[in-house]
Design a binder for this molecule. Structure first.
Ligand SMILES: CC(C)(COP(=O)(O)OP(=O)(O)OC[C@H]1O[C@@H](n2cnc3c(N)ncnc32)[C@H](O)[C@@H]1OP(=O)(O)O)[C@@H](O)C(=O)NCCC(=O)NCCS
Length: 358
């Protein structure tokens, strides 16, 4: 197969309808049929890159002679707290190149040019969570480095383990009674926890106060303030799939919150924990247990979470421990600020909700 070399680079701030459709088509065509996500729809790109209150995103595109988008990298601005200072940061993602244009250095140029644009905007904290295919390019050629002292994992707590196994190995179907028994055990364990509330997707000022407390604890934190959460989840094109669980104290002060998304893939219903945060371990355990109750009561097959793998998390989950399924990479651009976060020894807070991946 000959290489197509009729491409040129464009750097934009924000995205228009036509570009959003072109980007969506490119990424759809490269995603396997069973991984087609709603977040690949054009309205998602318009929402995160043009309607973001933190600023219009950087959109780096390679366009061919027929004006078709053949490669992309995007940068979405965020508000973060780094050592208690409020700063602006940028998340890179959507690094895709059409197979007819791969291996000519296009992704490398797009990431480098997008980095230049972000630095010109006065932002030097840039992070990304690439998959195995693009992690090498970010590290080897684009001056990004993995925060290796902070392993992130994709975790799964099966609600119907036999159903999940029989999806892959049909012979397991004969054991399907086991799922009911296992769910009884989950129910009994759930009784150990305080019932917490499932709320409409609304974020009041208590989120700003909790965010402040977390910014004092974590040396790096992507905003969980009310206005950001409203943008991220409340006016997300997929807002109807999200739900909120809260734990508040006797005077109504927020102690912990969990945001979930109802997803399905290959006939498997997954309750995805997009974010879980708070300052009290007991309250965090309660919202986690409540998510599992919802998973069980509403017929989900799996509760999934994507976040840190450390003792703090193990204590929150126990005894409802999910299984670490696969590792995720969190990389920062190696600016002075980025290097500081990479070498920071204390735990930071990072969930899939801090990325564009859910
Ligand atoms: C990952 C991906 C974006 C890389 O895009 P790309 O434009 O081919 O990237 P580059 O050309 O910059 O680098 C790719 C390789 O080509 C090599 N290369 C770059 N210029 C070259 C040239 N002129 N001649 C030969 N090889 C070259 C690079 O060294 C690199 O090699 P490596 O894979 O051994 O590290 C692309 O493969 C892709 O879209 N994959 C599927 C989608 C995906 O998973 N995306 C990641 C989502 S986060």
């Amino acid at each position: 197969m000959g290489l197509n070399t009729d491409w040129r680079i464009e750097i934009h701030r924000g995205i228009d309808n036509e570009q959003a459709s072109g980007l969506s088509n490119l990424i759809h065509s490269l995603s396997p049929p069973n991984r087609q996500r709603r977040s690949l729809a054009p309205e998602y790109y318009l929402w995160k890159l043009s309607q973001n209150p933190s600023g219009r995103g950087v959109v780096a595109l390679a366009v061919n002679s027929k004006k078709k988008i053949v490669a992309s990298t995007t940068g979405t601005y965020k508000t973060v707290w780094s050592n208690q200072q409020q700063r602006k940061a940028c998340e890179f993602g959507d690094s895709y190149t059409d197979p007819n244009y791969q291996k000519q250095g296009i992704m490398t140029i797009l990431v480098q040019k997008a980095t230049e644009a972000v630095l010109q905007d006065g932002v030097d904290i840039i992070y990304t969570t690439p998959n195995n295919q693009s992690v090498k390019g970010y590290e080897a050629r684009c001056s990004f480095k993995t925060k290796s002292n902070f392993p992130l994992f994709f975790w799964g707590l099966p609600i119907s383990p036999i159903f999940l196994l029989s999806n892959k190995y049909p012979l397991f179907r004969v054991f399907s009674m086991f799922d009911k028994l296992y769910q009884k055990v989950l129910h009994l364990v759930g009784l150990l926890y305080k019932e917490v509330e499932i709320k409409p997707l609304y974020f009041d000022e208590a989120y700003d106060r909790l965010n402040k407390k977390m910014a004092d604890i974590y040396p790096f934190l992507i905003s969980r303030g009310a206005s950001y959460l409203k943008f991220r989840y409340g006016i997300n094109p997929d807002f109807a799939s999200y739900g909120l669980i809260e734990s508040r104290d006797d005077i109504g002060e927020l102690e912990a919150a969990l945001i979930y998304k109802k997803c399905s893939q290959d006939g498997m219903k997954v309750l995805f924990v997009a974010d879980m945060f708070g300052v009290k371990r007991g309250a965090l355990s309660n919202v986690w247990a409540q998510a599992i109750k919802i998973g069980r009561d509403q017929g989900f097959h799996l509760v999934a979470y994507w976040g840190a793998k450390n003792w703090k998390m193990a204590k929150i989950f126990a005894p409802l421990l999910p299984i670490p399924v696969s590792i995720k990479h969190l990389l920062f651009y190696t600016s002075k600020s980025g290097m500081k976060i990479i070498s920071e020894k204390n735990d930071i807070l990072f969930s899939i909700g801090d990325t564009d991946n859910v």
